[in-house]
Design a protein around this ligand. Structure first.
Ligand SMILES: NC(=O)c1ccc[n+]([C@@H]2O[C@H](COP(=O)([O-])OP(=O)(O)OC[C@H]3O[C@@H](n4cnc5c(N)ncnc54)[C@H](O)[C@@H]3O)[C@@H](O)[C@H]2O)c1
Length: 361
């Protein structure tokens, strides 16, 4: 039997959810909810949802026994309420990224997932990129040794999305939570979710403030840079922008005591092409290109399957729902992005390094 989905929020990203559910297969869209009735009605028509299952209140929609899972496609400040309500109503939840705009919201969402025993998957689709999955295996196998330093950076030279993304009221924050969550989560995920303890950061909005489209409108940041210390002694330098006078703010990489890895490949940098890495490459059905083959070497890889990450995240969600969990992307892990982001905004405000604390449940 198909997994029956209720969609909350019918803006741009809900269309991507529908496409991905259709590509993955095994889902049926049975209900739609938007606080704007006309948008809900139009989406229901597009997606062949019966008129009786069109709602403007999430609470009402959740009274339907015929819903197994809920897609939360509201703007960031609207993630917590429908997610917590759906989990408490016994539904699994697939919620758009970022998990939430604030640490308080994200904590409430993870708590509801734990208390209900239902799946909470956050739509950080970059996690399903085969290169990142392989990089995580390289790190899990201990091929890098202890990681003492990492960088995570993403950049648009001009790419302020405008719309509901530039208001605290709807988005909660700007580039850091919008696109930064991908880079930050990729790094934390690959490194096995090290526990952050201190953050020093700045956030800025200079370029958008010179643009008449945003000047008197936008109240979130376009740029952020942070120095994050982990309990294990490691460090992450994080940089992200929607608008900046540069083409790049650098790459995504980890430095270990035994080897380093660029997550943007991946590419391994080592003093030799070790037996452990050779074994992993073989078991993954990949080909490695160590250059040079002997001695200090730079190793790139071939043979990754082409993956539609949107489809892949819904396939993973479908399989988790069928087997009653766990979530393919652990919500406790994603929560660390909110812990760090909360530290970033507090550090910028105070002008000092701040302590951060991972919530306990
Ligand atoms: N994964 C990606 O590539 C990607 C891309 C764009 C946006 N997003 C994320 O998707 C989310 C939504 O973005 P969007 O561009 O679709 O936003 P949007 O503003 O276009 O749409 C949000 C919709 O939610 C509705 N809504 C708000 N509160 C509601 C509530 N309580 N109940 C029912 N409906 C409610 C609004 O009326 C609106 O129609 C954001 O969190 C954003 O970060 C992800």
């Amino acid at each position: 039997m198909a997994i029956r989905v209720g969609i909350v929020g019918t803006g741009g990203i809900s269309r991507a959810h529908i496409n991905a559910y259709r590509k993955a297969g095994g889902f049926e869209i049975v209900a739609v909810c938007d606080i704007i009735a006309s948008k809900a009605r139009q989406a229901a028509e597009e997606w062949d949802v019966p008129k009786k299952n069109v709602f403007t209140s999430v609470g009402k929609m959740l009274e339907m026994d015929e819903i197994d899972t809920v897609s939360v496609c509201t703007y960031n400040q609207g993630h917590r309420r429908p997610t917590v309500a759906a989990l408490n109503a016994g539904k699994h939840v697939f919620c758009e990224k970022p998990m939430a705009a604030t640490l308080a919201d994200a904590t409430a969402m993870v708590r509801a997932a734990k208390e209900s025993g239902k799946i909470l998957q956050i739509g950080i689709h970059s996690t399903f990129h085969p290169g990142l999955q392989f990089a995580k295996k390289v790190i899990d196998e201990g091929i890098l040794g202890d990681i003492y330093y990492s960088e995570s950076a993403g950049c648009r030279r001009r790419g302020n999305p405008g719309h509901t993304f530039i208001y605290k009221k709807t988005a909660g924050a700007g580039a850091i939570v919008d696109i930064g969550v991908y880079n930050m989560h990729n790094s934390l995920y690959a490194m096995g979710y090290p526990k952050p303890v201190r953050v020093s950061a700045i956030t800025e909005d200079y370029i958008s403030m010179q643009d008449p489209r945003f000047k008197d409108e936008m109240d979130v940041e376009e740029f952020g840079a942070a120095w994050v210390r982990f309990e294990n002694g490691g460090v992450l330098l994080f940089k992200i922008s929607w608008a900046v006078h540069q083409n790049t703010l650098g790459g995504n990489f980890c430095l270990g005591k035994e080897a380093g890895i660029s997550l943007d490949g991946p590419v391994v940098f080592a003093d030799s092409y070790s037996n452990d890495l050779q074994k992993l490459v073989k078991s993954e059905g990949l080909t490695a290109n160590p250059d040079p083959p002997d001695g200090m070497t730079t190793i790139s890889f071939e043979g990754f399957q082409g993956v539609d990450v949107w489809e892949a995240q819904m396939v993973a969600f479908r399989e988790a729902v069928k087997t009653d969990g766990p979530s393919p992307i652990p919500p406790d892990g994603v929560l660390l992005t909110n812990v760090i982001m909360d530290g970033i905004f507090r550090s910028h405000k105070s002008g000092k390094e701040v302590a951060v604390k991972v919530p306990e449940f």
